[in-house]
Write a new protein. Structure first.
Length: 367
């Protein structure tokens, strides 16, 4: 019998602080959700990777001087390549000999029919690889180091981003998050600082803290049946940041105050304060949207939020422009009434709950 290691990693949902969290000193609230990426890894005669839902089966690779060459040129492998390469670089530093394995990854983050919800698949897949390899090689890593390795791999591939989604997939639960100083990490990587040393270092500005929502607060998630196209919006908002720095700075301040209000509501078990903070973050995002002349709220998202505001408060989740909207309401009855109204407008309530568990090894063996 060949023993297989099973790993499970949750997706994420941005709750508050979008766009602001990309800036130094920005803050956000992010939650892990109970849609998962699953991995099975076991010893094999050669290195092999399968992602059946992406049409990538039995992808093999060779490693020369720490560089991986896949037998497939698919761009879908970019994040995986970065994570595998980084981890093997780390293994070399800690004197662990690599050995061949097969790794199969499947995902529940999108619907079986192919609907994309925007639950953070690139972050989840990087965390999945790091967690799977740490278990396969019996390298005991604290959760912060899982996050750091995944954040390095994700950041190197994407070239930007807050890595809040990486934190959610690694830690699970509800998180208050502030990003690390990107320039510092880039400098360390450019200086060829060892991965071991980067892991040991305190990352400037990084803040990750688990928070507990008020007992009466309910999170509702609605899908607009359209996929977000975020790149053009991000470009326009970056242009605003350059052209009107004072206005952009005001947005950052308003967003931070709203996030802090939500956090205070959580810490004081006050659902009304959390609902008010979420509404405040929506106002800040709308001011940003108007100033940058971008549609963070599509017509359907606007409808979703207007309905949510009758029961509590609502806003976009993530960059906006499609995907999901969220709502905070008090109690199950309000949540059910809200979702009923959403359905009338062809907005799909998603049966999502916050996953209290982050990246984990599942206790299973198979042939």
């Amino acid at each position: 019998m060949t023993s297989s290691i099973h790993v499970r990693v949750p997706g994420k949902l941005m709750i508050a602080g979008e766009y602001a969290v990309l800036e130094p000193g920005g803050q956000a609230i992010v939650a892990a959700v109970d849609r998962y990426m699953q991995a099975v890894i076991k010893s094999d005669e050669s290195y092999m990777l399968s992602l059946p839902q992406l049409g990538l089966e039995n992808v093999t690779w060779t490693m020369t001087d720490g560089k991986i060459t896949f037998n497939s040129a698919s761009p879908k492998l970019a994040f995986l390549k970065s994570a595998i390469q980084l981890f093997h670089h780390y293994l070399k530093e800690i004197d662990v000999q690599p050995r061949p394995f097969s790794l199969t990854i499947t995902s529940e983050l999108d619907d079986a029919s192919g609907k994309k919800y925007g639950l953070g698949s690139s972050a989840a897949v990087v965390v999945t690889i790091i967690k799977s390899l740490s278990e396969f090689y019996s390298v005991a890593l604290p959760i912060l180091d899982i996050y750091k390795l995944a954040a390095i791999a994700h950041f190197k591939t994407q070239g930007n981003g807050s890595c809040a989604d990486v934190a959610a997939s690694a830690y699970g639960g509800w998180l208050q998050y502030a990003p690390f100083q990107a320039e510092w990490l880039l400098q360390e990587l450019n200086n060829e600082t060892s991965i071991v040393q980067i892991l040991r270092s305190e990352w400037p500005n990084l803040f990750i803290e688990s928070i507990t929502p008020p007992s009466q607060l309910k999170l509702c998630v609605g899908w607009t049946q359209s996929v977000a196209r975020t790149a053009p919006m991000v470009a326009k908002i970056q242009q605003l940041r350059h052209d009107q720095p004072e206005l952009f700075q005001q947005f950052l301040e308003n967003s931070k105050l709203a996030v802090q209000q939500v956090v205070r509501g959580f810490k004081e078990d006050d659902p009304d304060l959390a609902i008010k903070g979420l509404a405040g973050n929506r106002v800040a995002l709308m001011q940003l949207s108007d100033a940058a002349v971008v549609s963070i709220e599509t017509p359907t998202l606007k409808t979703l939020i207007q309905i949510a505001d009758r029961f509590g408060s609502g806003k976009t989740s993530g960059a906006g422009g499609g995907d999901c909207g969220i709502a905070f309401v008090k109690g199950e009855a309000q949540a059910e009434a809200l979702e009923k109204e959403w359905r009338k407008e062809r907005i799909d309530p998603l049966n999502l709950k916050v996953s209290q568990i982050g990246a984990e090894r599942r206790m299973q063996t198979d042939d």
